[in-house]
Structures are given as C-alpha cells and as structure tokens.
Design a protein around this ligand. Sequence first.
Ligand SMILES: O=C(NC/C=C/[C@H]1O[C@@H](Sc2ccncc2)[C@H](O)[C@@H]1O)c1cc([N+](=O)[O-])cc(O)c1O
Ligand SMILES: [Mg+2]
Length: 214
Amino acid sequence: TRSTRPQRLLNAVRKHATRGDPQSVISAIDHFCRHSEWAMNIGDEKGSILDSVVSELNPEKVLELGTYCGYSTVRIARLLPPGARLITLEFNADYAAIARQVIAWAGLEDRVQLVEGASEDWIPRMKEHFGIETFDFVFLDHWKDRYLPDTKLMEDCGLLRKGTVLLADNVICPGVPDYLQYVRNSLSYKSCYFKSHLEYTKAEDGLEKSVFLG
Ligand SMILES: O=C(NC/C=C/[C@H]1O[C@@H](Sc2ccncc2)[C@H](O)[C@@H]1O)c1cc([N+](=O)[O-])cc(O)c1O
Ligand SMILES: [Mg+2]
C-alpha cells in the first residue's frame, strides 16, 4: 500500500536530520514541506513567532492541542528546561505513531507526553490523571471548530490561571472566527494578533496570543 504523507515526512527526518538534534529535525521537515510535499505544520515563519512567545514565557507546564507529526511539539519542547512538561493531545492514531518517532528522533521524549484521544475527553481529566494544577502555556492547532469550546472547557476545569498564555494557529487561514471574537471581546483575556503567512505559502495567516486575566 502507498505510504502516507506523514510517513514520507518521517522518512525525510530519518534521512536528513541528526538524532538528538531538534533543530535539524525542524529544518528537515521545513525542507520537505517546501520542496517535496506541503503539510500543515506551523512552519518556519510562524514557528519563529511561537519560539519567541515560548522563550519569553519559560513555561513549566505546556498543553498542545493537535500534535499532527510533532513539528510544533519539537519546536516548543526544545526550548523548555528539562524539568518542564509538555502534554500534547492527538486524536488520530496514525499521526500519533509518526509524531512519537519524530519527537524521539529529536531526543525530546523525556519532556513530552503524547496522549491519544480527543481534547474534550482529556481536558477534564488533566488534574486527576496528570497531576496538573494549571497550564502556563497552551498552543491551539487542532480542529478549528474545537478552539472555542475547548478554551471554555479549560476555563471551566480551572486549568487556566492569571497570566496563562493561549497561542492559536490559523486565526486567518483556515480561520477561527468564533474563537477570535471570543478572546478579543471577553474581559477575561488580553489578546493580540501576530500577522504572518500560512506555512510555506504567501497567503496571509497569523497567530493570536491571548493572556487569561483570571
Ligand atoms: O486543519 C488544520 N489543522 C487541523 C489539525 C488537526 C490536528 O489535530 C488532530 S484533531 C484533535 C486533536 C486533539 N483533540 C481533538 C482533536 C488531527 O488529527 C490533526 O493532527 C490546518 C489546516 C491548514 N490549512 O492550510 O488548511 C493549515 C494549518 O496550519 C492547520 O492547522
Ligand atoms: Mg495549524
């Protein structure tokens, strides 16, 4: 049977990246997506914005919604101190299997916990199952119609604290209008837009950074 695009992306990582070198994994995926096959990773341009937000925050507890092949998981985890933890939720078992190998190739498995399942099922279980009190940073990059309900669910489950930062991918393309309207008008958030481009293209896209005010 034909290989899948995530499998071909993993092959490119194994072929061109150095084990234990996260930057080489990032570069191998970006090269594959620019020159071989487009894939829905955040990419290098928006990825640099993600890097600057994470570096400024130095979060201990991170949640990522939507692992896909693990590209942004590697981008975030490579910037975390060894004691920090990144929990990443992925619904699709095939994507999860690829992402585990990408994360391992980067040598970051010690600070990443990939959980298979749906965010709506796992968000309510973060406290009792993972011993998480609150998250310092949340990266949203999963199904676009889940950004808003999952944000409200995180609020209701007490997983956000004063100062928690939410960073949402694709707020222009494909777009998340209901989520944008909410974080930009709610008195519980201070929100700002980082204009950029859709990964590996010239189309406009951007990231929305929203600080929870409690
Ligand atoms: O559709 C997009 N992303 C949806 C991503 C979804 C990812 O999250 C889980 S779903 C899940 C994971 C966890 N919990 C519940 C559901 C899917 O299995 C996939 O791995 C997208 C599309 C474009 N584009 O240009 O079309 C560009 C992008 O940057 C995108 O992120
Ligand atoms: Mg995205």
